[in-house]
Design a protein around this ligand. Structure first.
Ligand code: ATP
Ligand code: MG
Length: 396
């Protein structure tokens, strides 16, 4: 075992821990921040776990927020109003694959035993600088291994989300998943169907944001069978080369849209907002129809037609690997920038005439007005110099 002598615990966290200890409650740092620091990654967001019951934590600190009180989690606000998570030692007494009924009044060992992976089940005492690592998490950090605490089959059946968490941590740290844990993840993948769409979405999106290589995350979701259940549009697209997605920004909606054949139905299944569904739909609709950057009129028409989705479409371009369509990705972005900087007209509201002007000029009120405006815009998209009152009225 090679634990560092001390971890850089922030003063505010230390103060909270000291106050709890002074009140007679054992208090330890746990979770992701411990793991990240052992990995040499900066993370000062140290969570605390304590023997103090939630009501006691709320009594000891003046300013708290009951962020997850049913699971024993209280956020203690420091002098700068920053929240620090304090969770009472707990153990799950009843689980159904999605929720847990928890019991307090247990030991640190019980609390560590209900955690998902060995690398997430290490405790550090911020005052005494002692370590508790009953499941050899530190060794697994060194060996770069994701391994369930206890029997992986049971642990996944208690909460199927842990399967997805394993994939996320594996892709984020480039850790292998221990053979028995991986086997159990595959064997229990069908249970993922019971999870709520929101939890799956959050996990998938977090995975997209944090994976070292996106293609690795996608491969894991496919291999374990998670994609088959929740992302069939991605799963059925094995032929599609996922290598390119690593080149685009880590916007989860856009990445999902690029990976899926039919992104809208997938984003609806994941209960994304209407706006995000529309973004996904736009990517699907336009992915094969980028303008040639050499044809500035075509780029303006494309900007007019894609409207608020144009930037998303520019962002996904590197993920498409369609050098055959757009010779240079950055070239299209440059041309778009030039058009915008020059304030070249792109929509009806940019036209030098409005509907009223057309009526005065003799257009019959009604649908003809809109049709005429659209025709004028088409002319102006071809050549922005045409956007003068005189020219446009002469064309009516
Ligand atoms: P991240 O960097 O993603 O926040 P994390 O390890 O801090 O990683 P959290 O979701 O913040 O993950 O959870 C904090 C800790 O709570 C974990 O380290 C783990 O010990 C425990 N935990 C979280 N979710 C589960 C779960 N579904 N089953 C068991 N333990 C869990
Ligand atoms: Mg965390």
């Amino acid at each position: 075992m090679t634990f560092p002598a001390q971890l850089p615990i922030p003063n505010e966290v230390l103060k909270i821990a000291t106050k709890l200890e002074d009140a007679g409650y054992e208090t330890w740092c746990v979770g992701g921040a411990i793991r990240d620091n052992l990995l040499g990654l900066q993370n000062h967001d140290f969570a605390l776990t304590t023997s103090a019951p939630p009501a006691e934590v709320q009594k000891i600190f003046k300013r708290t927020v009951p962020v997850g009180i049913e699971h024993g989690t209280v956020a203690v606000l420091d002098s700068a109003n920053q929240p620090h998570e304090v969770t009472t030692f707990r153990k799950d007494i009843h689980t159904d694959g999605r929720h847990a009924v928890v019991e307090f009044g247990v030991s640190l060992m019980d609390d560590l035993a209900r955690r998902d992976f060995t690398i997430n089940a290490i405790a550090y005492h911020p005052i005494r600088h002692e370590w508790r690592d009953p499941f050899q998490g530190e060794q697994d950090v060194a060996k770069k291994l994701i391994r369930s605490v206890g029997d992986p089959n049971w642990r996944f059946q208690e909460d199927y989300l842990r399967i997805l968490r394993a994939l996320r941590f594996s892709a984020r740290f480039e850790f292998r998943i221990h053979a028995r844990t991986l086997e159990a993840a595959k064997a229990n993948a069908q249970g993922l169907a019971q999870l709520s769409a929101e939890r799956v979405r959050d996990e998938w999106f977090k995975g997209i944001k944090t994976a070292k290589k996106l293609s690795k995350l996608v491969t894991l979701w496919r291999d374990v069978g998670a994609a088959r259940i929740w992302l069939p549009e991605v799963s059925g697209n094995e032929q599609r080369d996922t290598g390119h997605v690593d080149k685009m920004p880590r916007d989860p909606v856009l990445v999902t849209a690029i990976l899926a054949g039919d992104a809208a139905s997938l984003l609806i299944r994941l209960k994304c907002s209407n706006r995000d569904v529309e973004r996904g739909r736009a990517v699907g609709a336009w992915r094969e129809r980028y303008p040639d950057p050499k044809d500035r009129g075509a780029v303006r028409r494309w900007l007019a037609a894609t409207g608020e989705f144009a930037d998303d479409l520019l962002n996904v371009l590197p993920g498409l690997g369609v050098s055959r369509v757009v010779h240079s990705v950055s070239r299209l972005a440059d041309v778009v920038k030039e058009i915008r900087t020059a304030h070249e007209p792109l929509s009806l509201k940019d036209l030098a005439v409005r509907g009223d002007d057309l009526i005065v000029a003799g257009v019959r009120p009604g649908p003809e007005v809109g049709e005429t405006l659209q025709r004028l815009l088409d002319e102006v998209l071809e050549d922005p110099k045409r956007n003068t009152r005189e020219y446009l009225l002469s064309r009516v």
